[in-house]
Design a protein around this ligand. Structure first.
Ligand code: DP6
Length: 324
């Protein structure tokens, strides 16, 4: 029996300027550029082994054999790698998330970044970081931003060739921290892939997409100059624009719970009182409170005290996806 094996670790990321909607759903070419920071404390470690003795791919996620659409999505990605490497061998994929299951936090970015890196090396491919990011994008858009490290810009670009994530500042550029208020741990009713497909049904999507470059430039400038007040304003504006599109899609997507709004309002009040903290929310009810490292203990205590907050996770800025 012949085997080819590799393991990679990838971190999740939180978008400061959101990706929502695709111009091309098959290639996952997004409607707009986005900007994120990797999350060091939220990682997926994945081992891929191509084995000549396997009759079929076997995918295990957090010690449970995957079935249905979760398995099919991994296999579709393995097929992309096999096509590039010109191999036919089936694979065993073993993946572990270090963040608690049932927190409702998405793992597709860290998972598909780690799967891409491990599968390519196991298949004998030597791809550049840009090419790996491009390939990860095909499995999950946000995964392309978890391939490079630190603060990452995904340029929407018109073509497959130029649509990938690039680092605009390394992880140690700024000690921003994500204090995540978990207000609901159940899996979301409508996943991101379905949500992207609905984005164009909202009358506000065109307006959001047209106004994203301005917010992206503000966010990039605030990040590069470490201007917290400007950063907080623009990330809140951007996440609210995305949720306005979600709420006005057909069917409407309303991800918030009462505690989501309670955290949002509290964050604004704390900032008014001088605390450097701003919020952003993905396709779910949990609130990511972005602050500087210095005020993390204070923000954490304040967030925990809000009724309806079930757990709090804290993460600094993460590095690039790497082989282990
Ligand atoms: C709201 O990358 O999870 O988190 O490409 O279908 O896997 P797929 O979607 P995904 O979408 C992320 C949406 C978001 C915003 C963001 O991360 O930019």
């Amino acid at each position: 029996m012949q085997t080819w094996r590799a393991t990679a670790i990838g971190s999740a990321n939180i978008a400061l300027i959101k990706y929502w909607g695709n111009r091309d759903h098959v290639l996952r070419l997004p409607s707009n550029s986005s900007l994120s920071m990797n999350l060091a404390a939220l990682t997926t470690t994945t081992t891929v082994e191509f084995r000549s003795d396997l009759a079929d791919d076997v995918v295990t996620i957090d010690d449970v054999e995957a079935t249905g659409s979760a398995r099919e999505r991994v296999i579709a990605h393995l097929d992309r790698v096999r096509a590039l490497a010109n191999i036919n061998a089936k694979a065993s994929v073993i993946s572990h998330n270090n963040f608690p299951a049932g927190t409702g936090l998405a793992s597709s970015a860290s998972a598909f970044a780690a799967l891409t890196a491990a599968a390519c090396v196991a298949a004998g491919l030597q791809l550049s970081a840009d090419a790996l990011s491009r390939l990860a994008r095909r499995a999950s858009g946000s995964a392309c931003r978890s391939v490079p490290g630190g603060f990452v810009l995904w340029d929407a670009c018109d073509e497959d060739d130029c649509s990938f994530g690039r680092t605009i500042a390394p992880a140690d550029h700024w000690d921003l921290t994500d204090v995540i208020a978990i207000v609901e741990s159940a899996h979301k009713a409508t996943g991101s892939t379905e949500g992207h497909a609905l984005a164009d049904t909202s009358p506000f999507q065109a307006v959001r997409v047209a106004s994203t470059p301005g917010r992206l430039e503000c966010c990039k400038a605030a990040l590069l100059s470490r201007d917290f007040p400007a950063l907080a304003d623009v990330i809140e504006e951007d996440t609210l624009a995305m949720h306005a599109v979600m709420m006005t899609s057909a069917p409407s997507l309303l991800y918030w719970r009462p505690a989501t709004l309670a955290v949002m309002q509290a964050v604004r009040a704390w900032r008014k009182d001088g605390l450097p903290v701003g919020f952003t929310i993905d396709a779910g009810p949990n609130v990511h409170c972005i602050c500087t490292a210095q005020v993390v203990p204070q923000v954490e205590d304040l967030v925990r005290a809000i009724p309806g907050v079930q757990h709090v996770l804290v993460s600094g800025v993460g590095d690039a996806c790497q082989l282990v």
